[in-house]
Design a protein around this ligand. Structure first.
Ligand SMILES: *Cc1c(COP(=O)(O)O)cnc(C)c1O
Length: 389
């Protein structure tokens, strides 16, 4: 008999009733150190008092009105994002894949309105992940994600990650945009070197096409800058955001320049819940904390500490681990043993990591975990690795 929850996930036998900072607690009191943070979502940890207050204050006042009316919390969050980034304008969604839908529509409408109606193609890369909507799976293009679901949304051109010649060859007079994650998440924590992101910007400028960045996983302070592309000094035309921006409340956004967004006039897009008062009240509280340079400096200090300790961990378990990679608090450890075995051994040692492609385990902890949490994380990962030999 089919389970009452549609079984599209193979779930670990863990169930939590409470969270405190970087810790998750089961009903019997067992505590787990959470280095997954709900897949890069809980950027300020679990039950963060500031976020709890922002949410409960708003919940007492007003939950939902709809985008038919002015929403002051949405306006405030849009202003904060515009102030802190390249963007001139923002549309709010409830998830990353909805942000992908709009990014794709926006890029195509841009050219449609410029009377270049054939410019619909969006170049994407192997190993990428843009969510599970029809546009998201078509954009990523992996056989595993699209198989069995009927006609795949057209207009995506897939290029091997890192194949510069193939990329250049893929650009034609039908190309609308290039879409890429500055650090691949699901693909196994693969950071795009700064030089390559600069090169992509140049390529887009040279051909007059749009650069769309998917910062759903790597954004919102995760790499130690507010957004990962800032390390390279370039700016995109359109950017997808989600995961961390709501700190655990479902919230996403598409940020864009005025020019890139020019096609999205009244009536061209919408969302019932997107940008609702609850989500945006929390989003404002997240932004106020995460965009503070002193907070980001701490993320950089702590991620340096974590990385250094992980290098030591890898060196002391050469049969289990191969290497550490990533950026800031978005770290991957490539494993020699099956990554799912390593994640399961972590559960036994009461430490949570997340598997990714390329036999990697991901560490995406709350950005505000403490130095003690970092020491404890490495102790527990060490115990997990030792249990595998
Ligand atoms: C998680 C993720 C998405 C999809 O976000 P959802 O909120 O699950 O729809 C898209 N892009 C990237 C890079 C992601 O990590």
């Amino acid at each position: 008999m089919i389970p009452s929850v549609l079984p599209t996930y193979s779930r670990a036998p863990l169930s939590f009733v409470k969270g405190e900072g970087a810790w998750l607690i089961e009903a019997d009191g067992t505590r787990y150190l959470d280095l997954g943070a709900g897949i890069a979502v809980n950027v300020l940890g679990h039950a963060n008092p500031t976020l709890v207050r922002a949410l409960t204050d708003q919940a007492q006042a007003l939950w939902h009105t709809s985008n038919l009316y002015q929403i002051p919390q949405q306006q405030a969050l849009a202003d904060k994002l515009v102030e802190a980034t390249f963007a001139d304008t923002v549309f709010f969604t409830n998830s990353g894949t909805e942000a992908c839908e709009l990014a794709v529509k926006m890029a195509r409408k841009y050219w449609y309105d410029k009377d270049q109606k054939d410019r619909v193609e969006i170049i994407t890369f192997s190993g990428s992940f843009h969510g599970r909507s029809a546009a998201g799976i078509a954009a990523a293009g992996s056989e595993k994600m699209v198989k069995g679901f009927g006609p795949v949304l057209g207009g995506f051109v897939h290029v091997d990650w890192g194949d510069h010649e193939a990329l250049t060859a893929a650009i034609t007079d039908k190309t609308a945009a290039i879409l890429i994650e500055p650090v691949q998440g699901e693909g196994g924590i693969r950071p795009l070197p700064d030089q390559c992101l600069k090169g992509l910007r140049d390529l887009c400028d040279e051909h007059g096409i749009l650069l769309v960045l998917d910062e759903v996983q790597c954004g919102v302070g995760r790499t130690g800058k507010l957004f990962a592309h800032e390390w390279s000094g370039i700016t995109p035309d359109i950017m997808m955001v989600a995961k961390g921006i709501g700190g655990g409340f479902p919230l996403g956004a598409v940020l864009a320049t005025e020019d890139a967004a020019s096609g999205m006039t009244a009536g061209t897009h919408g969302s019932t819940y997107g940008g609702n008062p609850l989500g945006c009240a929390v989003g404002c509280a997240v932004m106020d904390i995460v965009s503070d340079p002193a907070f980001l400096a701490e993320v950089n200090r702590k991620s340096g500490l974590l990385r250094q300790k992980l290098e030591g961990l890898v060196a002391s378990h050469p049969d289990v681990f191969e290497s550490v990679r990533g950026s800031g608090m978005m770290l991957g450890i490539k494993c020699k043993m099956p990554n799912t075995d390593v994640v399961a051994a972590g559960y036994k040692a009461r430490v949570i990591t997340v598997p990714a492609a390329d036999n990697v385990i991901r560490l995406l902890p709350p950005l505000n975990l403490t130095d003690d949490d970092i020491a404890e994380a490495v102790t527990r990962l060490d115990a997990a690795a030792a249990s595998l030999c």
